[in-house]
Design a protein around this ligand. Sequence first.
Ligand SMILES: Cc1cc2nc3c(=O)[nH]c(=O)nc-3n(C[C@H](O)[C@H](O)[C@H](O)COP(=O)(O)O)c2cc1C
Ligand code: SF4
Length: 685
Amino acid sequence: MVVDLTNAALAPTELSSSDGSALAVSTTTTARKARGGKVFTRRSKNANTQPLPTKSDIYIFYSTLTGTSEKYAAHLQATLSQHSQLSTRGIHTQNLDYLDDIDTYFVAPARFLENAVYLFVVPSYVSESPLDFFTETLKDTYNDFRIDSRPLRNLGGYAVFGLGDREGWDGDMYCYQAMEVDKYLGKLGAPRAFPVGTGNVSGKANDEYEEWIKHLIDALTDPAGVGEMIDIGDSDDEGVEAENEEIDIARPASLKLSKATGAKDVIDVEDMGVIIENSRASSDLTSRKEMVGKDTPTYNALTKQGYTIVGSHSGVKICRWTKSALRGRGSCYKFAFYGIKSHLCMETTPSLSCSNKCVFCWRHGTNPVGTTWRWQVDPPDLILKGALEAHYRKIKQMRGVPGVQAARFAEAFTVRHCALSLVGEPIFYPHINEFVGMLHERNISSFLVCNAQHPEQLKALDQVTQLYVSIDASDKESLRRIDRPLHRDFWERFNQCLDILRIKTRQRTVFRLTLVKGFNASEVLGYAKLVAQALPCFIEIKGVTYCGTSSATSGPNGAFKGASKDSLTMANVPFYEEVRDFVLQLDASLKDLGLDYDIAAEHAHSCCILIAQKRFKIDGEWYTHINYNRFFELLRQGIEFGPMDYIAKSPSWALFGSEQAGFNPEDERVVSKKSKAYKSEQLAI
Ligand SMILES: Cc1cc2nc3c(=O)[nH]c(=O)nc-3n(C[C@H](O)[C@H](O)[C@H](O)COP(=O)(O)O)c2cc1C
Ligand code: SF4
């Protein structure tokens, strides 16, 4: 049967298919209100139409948690590429969740995007999902009075296809995020090339998709035009309510697309039943979402990576050095530099969410991202109790593991240090000061790492035992490439944080530089200038750790290289000798700038070297270690104190250039076969 969609635009109507079966394509009509926004619908023959560009590139954007949308997007790309009238056009597919520069495409589109056609394939999730960040960005852009509220007006057109599950989420919830994307693209001025389509993954999603594509192609190849503007009046946030009208259309033979795929980095299909059951129970959109709700795909992905989720937004994981120290095989570099015994250390975060998507991040893109806190907030005592319980449970599991030393095993049940790093951004948690206070009450030291993107929170942070700022690049472009920050004003935020660090003279501050070969390991003078700006007490320089795959989308400058996620490889991991060369150069640059720093300690085992302010070298001896008891005493006295008030002498084996190169002589050094093999492989290159 031939379906005429030309009448569907202005007055969405139910058209009948030959089999009279359910509909799949929705059109959107909009209430007319004061602001004068424009809505575009499928062309009406006698309407005032605008031509759809026939030569511009087509961008297929998708977002996915379990892989279905990725497959659908790939199918769309394949179908369009095979079409005689479209095959000459550039057709690109991109995962929205890994889009390096969202602004270039959606906030202030670059010139090369003029007349481009944007197509979207998006799922809907009642729980937190990566797409939330994209929809939040669209909303923020629309509501931000400082910037153009119709930045997408020069696009050639857009169309959205939503995947959802009617069995679990019927009514308003069905494909609600596709509707949202469709609505906000329109609000941002983009002309709708074709109405939003939906596919029910528990029903006939493949057929529905095939049908939508067929008519979309008609629209894209119709030289006469695509959209007609309708004055919709005011489009304040709640004012434009989409009415989804259904068009019944004929169904061709089905597509061979699977319902959910087992692609890497996605959730296993077997887990989905439980996930769906649990999510149905919580489909109240009016309440705030949990950041990582129980049994959501994110929850499952993180627990599979070994995290224990505490409450709804915190995590704890037993670190490999904790296990190593329990077996007498060495602590992490923080033992050499500051006296932290790894078997007494708990690694945790009160915010699994982060505002960066760093290329070397070990979270593999599975944890939530956001620029503002938009989730439920758990109380700090609940987080601390849950984190300690989970940590001790994991320590218990080490009982009976060969080599575990009885004395260290017993000691490990009294945590003395808390590394607030893991994944995410601890400072983002609204009650971070209370949380840190509770650690100190229990004589647990706090090592807090932040990413220099939250100046307000940094300013308001109470005294911690040691405050880290991750410095992953020395200039704006490199920082954008490496950290892939979500904040538009990331560079300003970064600089504000450095300025705040300089005036936080009571804090014991540290720059953490993670060297990634090919990304940021050659910017010595730039780093020295940042040191001059913030004057941190210490600078840790560490070679990046290889952790299987990381989240790099494409290499440097490769903003839009396709849908697949490339990874950092071992080639990006610098040798210790390379890290040492970098440190020597940095030390020289600092001296050239007249700054009073020197190389203090090293931990060759973890490819890490410490530069310190010379005030920590007293009478020729380094005092980079910490007197933890003194720190708690000073806190309890309630007096003002600074970093020099709780120092302790560094052991000789930790000093830079020592024979042990930072390895505690009391521990046994074990070199794994893997690292031996890697070393010889690298030497052979
Ligand atoms: C936890 C969970 C929540 C979901 N929430 C919704 C929902 O609110 N509305 C909807 O239409 N579909 C919902 N679905 C169905 C998914 O959108 C659907 O399975 C989609 O194909 C997933 O796409 P993806 O594999 O690309 O992530 C949900 C599925 C899961 C597992
Ligand atoms: S400081 Fe970090 S690496 Fe060291 S033991 Fe603690 S969690 Fe592990």
